[in-house]
Design a protein around this ligand. Structure first.
Ligand code: PMP
Length: 335
């Protein structure tokens, strides 16, 4: 019988599908890897499982243990899902700017939430980083995954995401493109694909305009609206030697592509997915990639987490993206 014994068994083995409309002027095949089909709805399920496995093996997590992490989104869901199945408590600290619906998701999985002031910087004792560290230091049996530093993040992608792409393309993948947040996805997957192809696969990062990874200097670092990607420091999970190129994408182009993916490809994905596809299309055009090239783009999460933002016309108008609403509007039924 094909019955699984735990939802965690369903992590990984996400499918690839070609883009058929939004890149119609590109000769290369662009295939996307749909990570929202993981049980927790994102690529972060992969790292959660491996980080928890490794902590158990190292004796950092014991029965009755508590996982403490500053995270508002996908990593929290992944950790909560795996922790719940194994009987661990989870406590997440998050800044008060995080929407009530995101908090509700984490609570639904059984996580405890500690809300901290958004305006407290990383060095402020009230910040969500510092509060998490204090809780981890004082709660007996607490384990802090620290996804930005934990080598098991990239290792999970080396062990699963990379081999899946190699297998599902019969080793014909020529380019891998992904956004960079902690850098775990691009480092782990990129290294696997380079190893498997003797260095033939080209690895391209996609980065929001304003983030450090694609900034010419520190003065070019600024706020942006795309969530989950980009940084203002270099995390240990990101191996800076892995990318052959980094494509900078602004909020506008990322959000336009995000809306087009839903409207034209039936892919309801998040803004970092739209960013990665926008980067892939631009890269393919600028490098004249032809029909011999097979570009794989990783789409980290679902658009359902962004219904109040990217898919909300009022929010889009209020944030200066009104032209995108017009461009992706359905033809009016009114004569
Ligand atoms: N997109 C989204 C929505 C994410 O949550 C993340 C993880 N922060 C990423 C992209 C980037 O993945 P990584 O941290 O592996 O670089």
């Amino acid at each position: 019988m094909a019955i699984h014994h735990s939802l965690a068994e369903l992590i990984g083995n996400t499918p690839l599908v070609t883009l058929n409309h939004v890149a119609s002027d590109v000769r290369a095949t662009i295939a996307v890897k749909i990570e929202y089909l993981n049980p927790g709805g994102s690529s972060k399920d992969r790292i959660a499982e491996r980080i928890i496995d490794a902590a158990e093996r190292a004796g950092q997590l014991k029965p009755g243990g508590v996982i403490v992490e500053p995270t508002s989104g996908n990593t929290g869901v992944g950790l909560a899902l795996v922790a719940q199945q194994r009987g661990y408590r989870t406590i997440f600290t998050l800044p008060d700017k995080v929407s009530e619906s995101k908090r509700a998701v984490l609570r639904a999985y059984g996580a405890e939430i500690v809300v901290t002031p958004t305006d407290a910087g990383p060095d402020d004792p009230r910040s969500y980083y510092q509060v998490a560290q204090r809780l981890a230091d004082t709660i007996p049996g607490a384990f802090r995954p620290n996804q930005y530093d934990n080598p098991n993040g990239p290792a999970s992608h080396y062990a699963t995401t990379g081999p899946e792409i190699w297998r599902d393309t019969d080793g014909k993948v020529t380019h891998f493109i992904a956004g960079i947040g902690t850098g775990g996805t691009i480092s782990g997957t990129g290294h696997y694909l380079k190893d498997a192809s003797n260095g033939a696969v080209t690895v391209v990062g996609a980065d929001p305009e304003g983030s450090i990874y694609s900034a010419s200097d520190r003065s070019a670092i600024h706020q942006y609206d795309i969530e989950g990607v980009g940084e203002d420091f270099y995390p240990k999970a990101f191996d800076r030697t892995i990318t052959d190129d980094i494509v900078k994408v602004n909020d506008h182009d990322a959000f336009l592509m995000t809306r087009r993916l839903a409207a034209e490809e039936a892919l309801l994905v998040g803004g970092s997915s739209g960013m990665a596809v926008a980067a892939a299309v631009r890269y393919a055009r600028e490098h004249n990639l032809d029909e011999h090239q097979l570009v794989v783009v990783l789409l980290p999460d679902s658009g359902r987490s962004y219904l109040e933002k990217i898919f909300n016309d009022d929010w889009m108008h209020a944030h200066g993206y009104g032209d995108i609403v017009e461009a992706t509007a359905q033809p009016s039924l009114a004569a």
